[in-house]
Design a protein around this ligand. Structure first.
Ligand code: ZN
Length: 193
């Protein structure tokens, strides 16, 4: 067995041994949702003070308002009653380090893990790669605050999102652990009554 697999199963056995949250209702008790990046340095349960059953956390590369993130947010309010949403990107996000063109080139070259240095990303694997990467919008980030504004605006103006859900825009600082508001995003996401 891989050591990661062993570690995960051991950790889970310890978690389940004194588990006492088996009776939580499905709808999030604190009625809010967070859309944030999958970055391993971010722990939304810790940075936002969540316990099991409190909130929805939707994660993807960049914390972007992709069609699939919006699918989850729509389910979150329509079926499970959330009333406030956060979009939280972060400093030093990997999504700032490449473009669609770079990612497509790396994937066309090989499917091995690429390397990065001061001059950018390089593919050192043996091919074949695949041109399938050309059909994906990788939703990369040029400007962190701007990407939060764009995502909050996209969610705010989506026809399946009700106007009375406020959407707050923040950037998590990976150096300090702080959430820093993007006021323009929060303004764009304000609830309209
Ligand atoms: Zn990130």
């Amino acid at each position: 067995m891989s050591s990661v697999l062993e570690e995960v199963l051991a950790a889970n056995a310890a978690y389940a041994a004194d588990f006492d949250k088996g009776d939580l209702p499905m709808p999030p008790g604190r009625r809010f949702a967070i859309l944030t990046c999958m970055d391993a340095r971010l722990d939304p349960a810790k940075y936002a003070g969540l316990s099991e059953g409190d909130a929805h956390v939707i994660r993807n590369a960049g914390g972007r308002a992709s069609d699939d993130a919006i699918r989850s947010l729509v389910i979150s309010y329509k079926l499970l009653g959330t009333r406030e949403w956060f979009v939280i990107h972060h400093t030093n996000c990997g999504m700032e380090t490449f473009t669609d063109e770079v990612m497509r080139g790396l994937l066309a070259s090989s499917l091995k893990t690429a390397t990065v240095d001061a001059s950018g990303w390089h593919d050192s694997g043996d091919g074949p790669g695949s041109s399938e990467g050309h059909y994906i919008d990788w939703l990369t980030i040029k400007d962190n605050a701007q990407s939060v504004v764009e995502d909050v605006t996209r969610i705010r103006t989506h026809p399946l999102v009700p106007a009375d859900i406020p959407i707050y825009g923040y950037i998590y600082d990976v150096k300090s652990g702080e959430l820093v508001e993007v006021p323009e995003a929060t303004r764009a996401g304000a609830a309209q009554s």
